[in-house]
Design a protein around this ligand. Structure first.
Ligand SMILES: Cc1ncc(COP(=O)(O)O)c(C=O)c1O
Length: 424
């Protein structure tokens, strides 16, 4: 139990056990750990700091945002509905249908999509939706890749489930090895968080991989949550999406579209934070299984703020525009080219399928992060802060740093040159 000192109005000071002790099972959040690691270090004088830690694109946000926010300002004095507006659902439904080549009419936007004030809080809430008291008579398990996006673990622990960290290393193509999952584990699995393109490694799941994951979710009765928030930041070809694969499975099974079940057990998460360089807008959506979406809507009515109407309007316009997304992709391609030119083949550099991270093998990620900050004022994240050790196995992030290519091309090139100069 956590203890805290309270000063009360009477002036009395007392100590009382407070709170949910599950919170103490979590480490500090990765960026808090990084701040603690680097706090004692003062970078060399006369060097401007370069922040490559947070996945927060520094590109100028599209003008559409300001225009639509201004035009819909009358909506600020209204509580927004949990389900958003019909226009938002239509825009995101049309976008999914276009982007993933879904058969016309297969996705019913009104029953299959919910707006989210950023995907982070919904990925967290999802565990409260998906984790039952027990599964197969035991503590439920929640599967996630290792390394992983920190909220997956936080949500799992706070929901009372056991997080199961599935190594996603070079040997497994930087995605969890689905063939290694035992029936014993799958039977008590309540939820599987998958991320494609993966943060941090940028690997994209193939159609066969996603088909297998969807099949397992249906066979063992768990929720498959596919975090596709980097889906629009790709270099050579658009990564396949889980809805796309589910639609194909549905077609090949010969089921009529009208049965309404092409998406069973499946939810996908999309965000404007990376696609539209609009992390501050807090805008995303979840789409998929209408039964799960209905229950999610019910849960969210109790625990979540709806997306404000002006933000729904801005988001609707952004999902209907591709020009700014093309520009973003071109900017990331230039940055990867610049990074590649500076790094050569060092640190196991590879060109990722998607996302905007370099995942560099530097020997000791924490030591490298300290040196880069001290000697070059370059701030990167140690890979171990995104991963966990399983008993008897090395931590799959320990030897890595994550470098977010969120600054402009010249800054990225200079930072990569500093990495080579300092780490050799
Ligand atoms: C893998 C992954 N999922 C989800 C998110 C959350 O994005 P947002 O809450 O801005 O939609 C992030 C943000 O960094 C992420 O890296």
């Amino acid at each position: 139990m956590v203890s805290a000192d309270f000063s009360v109005n009477s002036g009395a000071v007392f100590t009382e056990a407070i709170g949910n002790d599950r919170l103490d099972l979590l480490t500090d959040y990765p960026f808090t750990r990084l701040a603690n690691l680097l706090a004692p270090i003062t970078p060399r004088a006369n060097v401007a700091p370069v922040l490559l830690t947070v996945g927060e694109p520094q590109h100028t946000p599209p003008a559409i945002i300001e225009e639509t926010l201004r035009a819909s300002a009358s909506g600020w004095n209204k509580y927004p509905p949990v389900g958003g507006t019909p226009e938002f659902r239509a825009a995101t439904g049309d976008w999914l249908t276009r982007r993933y080549d879904l058969p016309a009419g297969l996705l019913h936007a009104d029953s299959s999509i919910l707006p989210l004030s950023g995907t982070r809080e919904a990925l967290f809430m999802l565990a409260l939706l998906a984790v039952p008291t027990q599964k197969a008579g035991r503590q439920p398990a929640v599967l996630m890749p290792n390394p992983f996006y920190a909220p997956y673990e936080g949500a799992t622990v706070m929901a009372g489930a056991e997080p199961v960290f599935l190594s996603a290393t070079r040997e497994t193509g930087f995605l969890p090895d689905l063939d290694a999952l035992t029936p014993e584990l799958l039977e008590r699995t309540a939820l599987f968080y998958l991320c494609t393109p993966a943060n941090p490694q940028g690997a994209a799941a193939t159609p066969a991989y996603l088909a297998k994951a969807i099949g397992l979710a249906r066979q063992y009765g768990f929720v498959l949550a596919v975090d596709e928030c980097y889906a629009e930041i790709w270099l050579d070809a658009p990564p396949v999406g889980a809805l796309q694969v589910a639609a194909k499975l549905h077609e090949t099974n010969g089921l009529p579209y009208a049965d309404g079940k092409p998406w069973s057990n499946l939810l996908v998460f999309h965000s404007l934070s990376k696609r539209s360089s609009a992390a501050g807008l807090r805008s995303g959506f979840v789409a998929g299984d209408p039964a799960l979406i209905g229950r999610f809507s019910r849960l969210r009515s109790y625990g979540c703020a709806g997306m404000p109407l002006p933000i729904l309007a801005a988001s609707t316009a952004l999902w209907r525009d591709e020009a700014h997304v093309e520009e973003n992709r071109a900017a990331y391609r230039a940055k990867f080219a610049a990074a590649e030119a500076e790094l050569g083949g060092r640190y196991g550099y590879y060109r990722p399928a998607g996302g905007f991270f370099l995942w560099l093998e530097v020997g000791n990620g924490e030591e490298a992060a300290r040196r880069l900050w001290a000697e070059g004022a370059v701030r990167v994240l140690p890979g171990a802060y995104l991963s966990r050790s399983n008993p008897g196995e090395p931590n799959p992030g320990e030897a890595f740093i994550r470098v977010a290519l969120v600054q402009d091309t010249d800054t990225v090139a200079q930072a990569c040159a500093s990495i080579v100069r300092i780490l050799g």
